[in-house]
Write a protein that binds this ligand. Structure first.
Ligand code: PSU
Ligand code: MN
Length: 300
């Protein structure tokens, strides 16, 4: 069964009950962000977690070993090309000894939960894809958030997904969806999708108390943090870019797990990389909020 190998630092933080924040590796690989922005994203996320007094714990499969927390020089290894590794793929990555399996949100919450790490930060989660009523394409992230004991901190989901259905799915799956000091479900590059957030929270303590009071011990919570106002992109301009990216995806016959990386790449191209600073700012901000939540959960 899933039994992650923890870095020494994560191991001792777990033993002492200190704050830890897990991070995924897909966002930092070529599947998530272009180089060199991916390196900057990793440095800023790790820095924000440390500044918040927590220990960063990047998840990955390296040389067939499931890892939680990497040593300094090992961070280099997650910046290159990778095989996308969702929760179900982790077992295959181990069995086939993949050199670098880049963990998605679903794999990361499974790995964090298995080790007893309760807070995980990312950029955006996967969700219900547009047209899912035909294709059935619903990201494994949603069921994973529902079924592992981890608080996922994200800037919502990108608007190329079907956001109303994503919220409906999370409701059916029993996931508390909390809005960080905000009344709207955020749409990654923009602070509001126009959809009301089920519950607003205003402090890390409220998030920690919600987590402590959930009805099933193996279930998770989704905390959405809107992108900082100064980094928000223009919604109407973005709409055209997202529509174009989805059209290209359909024309190219891209399906399944390849859809999200393809669309992310097309958004980067179509905006000439103007989306990247926003992406980095929100990921860093999520990491900082996650560190506060992890501190509120820590007994000491
Ligand atoms: N959305 C983003 N950036 C990302 C991803 C999603 O804005 O990097 C990645 C995350 O790793 C997420 C995964 O868990 O894509 C979801 O893929 P899929 O839609 O195939 O489930
Ligand atoms: Mn999918």
């Amino acid at each position: 069964m899933l039994n992650p190998v923890c870095s020494e630092e994560v191991e001792s933080a777990l033993a002492d009950g200190r704050a830890i924040v897990a991070l995924e590796s897909t966002i930092f690989s070529h599947l998530g962000l272009p180089s060199p922005a991916n390196r900057e994203a990793l440095e800023r996320c790790v820095g924000a977690i440390r500044d918040g007094g927590a220990v960063p714990a990047v998840t990955a499969v390296l040389d067939g070993v499931v890892r939680l927390g990497l040593d300094g020089d090992e961070h280099e290894r997650i910046l290159g090309s990778a095989r996308k590794t969702a929760e179900r793929d982790v077992a295959v990555a181990v069995a086939q000894r993949w050199e670098f399996g880049a963990t998605t949100v679903s794999a990361s919450v499974a790995i964090a939960g298995a080790a007893g790490v309760s807070v995980f930060a990312t950029g955006g989660i996967g969700g219900v894809h547009r047209g899912a009523e035909i294709t059935g394409d619903i990201s494994a992230d949603l069921d994973a958030i529902a079924s592992h004991p981890v608080i996922t901190v994200s800037a919502g989901a990108k608007a190329f997904l079907d956001l109303p259905r994503t919220l409906e799915y999370l409701e059916s799956a029993g996931v508390p969806v909390l809005g960080w000091q905000h009344d709207w479900f955020p749409a990654f590059y923009t602070r509001s999708s126009g959809l009301a957030i089920p519950h607003r929270v205003d402090s890390a303590d409220e998030v920690a108390r919600t987590f402590a009071a959930r009805s099933r011990s193996n279930s998770g919570v989704l905390l959405t943090v809107p992108i900082p106002e100064s980094d928000e992109l223009n919604a109407s301009e973005l709409d055209a870019v997202l529509r174009g990216a989805l059209d290209d995806c359909e024309r190219s016959g891209i399906t399944g797990a390849a859809i999200t990386p393809f669309v992310l790449g097309r958004i980067s191209e179509a905006t000439d990389g103007r989306n990247v600073p926003a992406n980095l700012a929100l990921a860093e901000n999520n990491a900082a909020v996650a560190a506060q939540v992890a501190a509120a959960l820590a007994p000491t």
